[in-house]
Design a protein around this ligand. Structure first.
Ligand SMILES: O=c1nc[nH]c2c1ncn2[C@H]1C[C@H](O)[C@@H](COP(=O)(O)OP(=O)(O)OP(=O)(O)O)O1
Ligand SMILES: [Mg+2]
Length: 199
């Protein structure tokens, strides 16, 4: 075993205000004995996500939380990239849903922008682990698939109802948390984080 950066009993701040992500992380983190505190529990502000890359925004969020709490912090920046839209909404995925988090409108906007035979899309997740002293480690995961219409399923969050991963017949929203966590962009980024920092 190499030197783990986090061990059982350590505290980790999950620097996300997104309930759907937090539910997925709590399942992924369950077996490690790390005490997870969320940004919402700690009343941490949501920093502006001013970077143009997922990794850049994950670092902004993780560093802000680590400095505010004096604890290591893990942030997730993620989004849905649509090939026919040149990779948009991408880092703007949350902003497309607006302040009221209207993902029905955001999903319709995607469908309106693409044709019947240009359905290719992928989810990206960048995870950044930051320490109060400013050190950072970044990990990425991606899953390819296609945009389906109409939206299908009621599980999950965000754009899950219109994303069908490749080699699957169900959308993410038709899968259980366990099924999604076996293949998702977030799970793939988490596996890299886990290998470097937890195992
Ligand atoms: O597995 C996913 N299934 C469906 N939709 C997803 C997923 N992963 C990211 N997404 C979409 C929705 C989310 O709103 C946006 C990420 O934006 P992003 O800024 O990283 O997250 P956020 O603002 O919701 O919470 P926070 O920044 O506090 O972690 O991309
Ligand atoms: Mg955000």
């Amino acid at each position: 075993m190499t030197h783990p950066t986090l061990k059982s009993g350590d505290k980790l701040v999950l620097a996300s205000h997104n309930a759907g992500k937090l539910a997925e992380f709590s399942a992924l983190m369950a077996e490690f004995g790390i005490t997870v505190l969320s940004a919402g529990d700690l009343n941490l502000p949501e920093p502006e996500e001013t970077a143009t890359t997922f990794a850049g925004n994950a670092a902004i969020k993780a560093l802000a939380a680590a400095k505010a709490t004096n604890l290591p912090a893990l942030a997730d920046d993620s989004g849905l990239c649509v090939s026919a839209l040149g990779g948009v909404p991408g880092v703007y995925s949350a902003r497309w849903a607006g302040p009221n988090k209207d993902f029905n409108a955001a999903m319709a906007r995607i469908e309106e922008g693409i044709g019947q035979d240009e359905r290719e899309a992928w989810f990206v997740c960048a995870l950044c682990l930051a320490y109060p002293d400013g050190r950072t480690l970044t990990f990425e995961g991606r899953i390819d698939g296609q945009i389906v219409w109409p939206p299908r399923g009621t599980n999950g969050h965000g754009y899950d109802p219109i994303f069908e991963p490749e080699n699957e017949t169900r959308s993410f929203a038709e899968m259980t948390d366990t099924q999604k966590n076996a293949i998702s962009h977030r799970a793939r980024a988490f596996a890299a984080f886990r290998k470097a920092c937890l195992d």
